[in-house]
Design a protein around this ligand. Sequence first.
Ligand code: IMP
Length: 438
Amino acid sequence: MSDPDRHAAILGVQWGDEGKGKMVDVLTESFDVVVRFQGGANAGHTVRIGHEEYILHLVPSGILHPGKICVIGNGVVVDPPGVLKEVEDLEARGIRVEGRLWLSDRAHIVLPHHKALDRAAEERAGGGKIGTTLRGIGPCYADKAARNGIRLAELTDRDRFAHRLRPILEEKNRILRLIYGAPELPFDEIVEEYSAFGRRLRPMVREASALLEGFDRRGLRILFEGAQGALLDVDMGTYPYVTSSNTGLGGIATGTGFSPRRIGRVWGVVKAYTTRVGSGPFPTELPGAIGEDLRRRGREFGATTGRPRRCGWLDLVALRHTVRVCDVDSIILTKVDVLDGFDQVSYAVAYRMRGGEATEFPTVLNEKDAVEPVYRTLPGWRCSTRGLRSDGEFPPELRAYIEAIAEGVGRPVSMVSVGGERSECVRLDPPVGVREGA
Ligand code: IMP
């Protein structure tokens, strides 16, 4: 008999940095395989285990659990030196990766010209820049769609790689030189360097959709791990201030070749407040002292770029949109302890804009639009939540905040995280708030 919840997805439903890395780490206990399906080294998943901190960009955080299998799907754009360095660092810290990490042969590779073009375009855009991580993500996905990309399957064959790269690099070099006045990149060196990476990666490269089907047939449990967040989804997010992949549920279908019909459960990870790195609209941003306080207490600095994150109150207008498009079953609320000791906590339920009140997240939201969030405010909890291990111990003010979120978003909250450690996670049994019709 098949268990409908045997396979699950965990997705960020804000602008990334919701604390997915830690939650994947916690949930991995109940799964055998962890799969990344989109994004690239722009992601930064931080996991703390005891005194050790691990920041992973491409390798799924499931690797930190002995015996678990990790897969990087075809929808990921792989930075070959980046992934090799992560593997090397993990092995150096005593984590065995060999035989546990598989990369799809269909995954596209990020090449030096993608990084050079990402940087050149951002510099050229000046004040209008996206604020990308400069990891070459946008140009790599653009080339994939334009059929100018190169996949891992080709990187592991030196002659084929050189044959594909030559005309592509010729064109990119012209663009770099003529449009951006940037230096050209050396073909021979790249071929040598990257085919050496290809040789080292070859033992880990597989046809991953068949691999996943095999795991499914063997009865293994698969967890699909999202990177970034649904508001950065290229279709459903705050376009054009988004990343270049489908960060939501849809990304799993195209980014792994595994049928989404077999995924029984979707967790949406929500930070108890909101952050965003890079440019783009952020209606509940708090540029003053409260925002500064959130940044300091929540250590809100990018794991990939070190940039300070913009901080603000929780935004239920945006969340209603993302939990819908990701078909979230239940919410995991993270970093609740960061709000400990606040006199009051607020959350937005609507936007006042363009002469009216919007409760649906607008498709077009310019940074310069005068959007005034309509807030509801609740009393804060004056105690520390760090040591709490069951929801029975929650202060009533925190309980009220969780209820307001579940009700406002229309999805139950099933888990709350109150600190960075694996152990600082409280399962809500039963979950708070019940999905309509469930
Ligand atoms: P890119 O993905 O590097 O092209 O950046 C596009 C936008 O997505 C920028 O605003 C980045 O700051 C943001 N972004 C990319 N990856 C992450 C992430 O892992 N967390 C949060 N924001 C991200």
